[in-house]
Ligand binder design. Structure first.
Ligand code: 6CS
Ligand code: FE
Length: 306
């Protein structure tokens, strides 16, 4: 007798009950050879390291208008009622505001600005939409960091993204110093996928957005990757930006300095990598954390420029 059941082979198994070895990712980092604002040398470096730092992506005026939006959204009752505001566990300080491209016309316009949108399209070789957007704030003295992780591991397990075909953009709204919780990345480690141990609890996002404990690599895996690839850091004045791959291994330290750090974070996903059912969880996360509307972003027309 034959059964009609077909099981889709999961190429990135994670949230396992037993340890599994790290693996080389079967997918590329740069999808195709599309033209765009990145030079061929920048594309090659992005491919090799899994990230690229673009100095002065935003003008000071654009930084200022994003900052104004952040303070407005942080005080907005409707935004808070939607669940989009995540606070630090041990203080009332705002840690993240999600779905900022939905709540703010300024951030929506930013994501569709050709010099930004075209870079995402160039790396992903297709039309793109926003899988996740947020402003991450690391308030001075009380901001807590993020342990080592791959974003793709969570997006695959909890949101159902089949492949690491996203580009994340982190834009500094305040100066990012080496000492105020700046993002650290392991150049080249994006080519290695680390299966993680531990079943996904229901509504895991309620804890993980404050402190992630599920879907994180073991200390041994982080040590091995650190020794092989080393660590670099994204630092720079407000307006500088970091483009990075879905599977980059990255982390940030607590901000014990008086200098707050805030970044706009936009995740562009390929429309050819639409979310399926979660690969390591029961229910997809809410749309303000993982948008499931894959309508391609349309470039901002010159008359719409702020
Ligand atoms: O949950 C997310 O989508 C992102 N946030 C955390 C804390 N980990 C995975 C990913 O970076
Ligand atoms: Fe992350």
């Amino acid at each position: 007798m034959t059964t009609a059941t077909t099981t889709v082979h999961d190429r990135y198994p994670t949230r396992l009950t037993e340890a599994a070895p790290m693996m080389r990712r079967p997918d590329p980092t740069v999808w195709g050879e599309a033209d765009g604002p990145f030079t061929p040398e920048q594309v090659a470096a992005y491919d090799a390291k899994g990230f690229h730092i673009q100095d002065g992506l935003l003008t000071p005026a654009q930084v200022q208008s994003c900052w104004t939006e952040f303070t407005r959204l942080a005080a907005d009752r409707e935004v808070a009622a939607s669940g989009a505001v995540v606070r630090e566990r041990d203080s009332d300080a705002v840690r993240s505001i999600f779905a900022v491209h939905r709540h703010s016309p300024v951030i929506d316009a930013l994501a569709r600005t050709p010099r930004i949108l075209d870079r995402a399209r160039q790396i992903l070789g297709s039309e793109v939409y926003i899988h996740q957007s947020r402003i991450n704030a690391m308030p001075g003295m009380v901001g807590t960091g993020f342990g080592w992780h791959s974003d793709f591991e969570t997006w695959h397990a909890e949101d159902g993204l089949p492949a690491p075909r996203t580009v994340s953009l982190s834009i500094a709204l305040t100066d990012n110093f080496p000492f105020n919780g700046g993002l650290m990345l392991m150049p080249g480690a994006h080519r290695v996928f680390v299966p993680c141990i531990g079943e996904t609890p229901d509504a895991n996002f309620r804890e993980s957005l404050q402190e992630q404990t599920i879907g994180v690599p073991s200390d041994e895996a982080v040590t091995e990757l650190g020794l092989e690839f080393g660590i670099e850091q994204f630092t720079g004045p407000a307006g500088d930006a970091l483009f990075f791959d879905a599977n980059s291994m990255h982390a940030s330290s607590n901000n014990i300095t008086p200098f707050s750090r805030a970044n706009v974070f936009l995740v562009f996903n390929s429309v050819e990598n639409a979310p399926a059912a979660p690969f390591g969880g029961r229910t997809p996360r809410p749309s303000h954390i993982a948008d499931r509307d894959t309508t391609p972003l349309t470039p901002l027309r010159s008359t719409e420029f702020a």
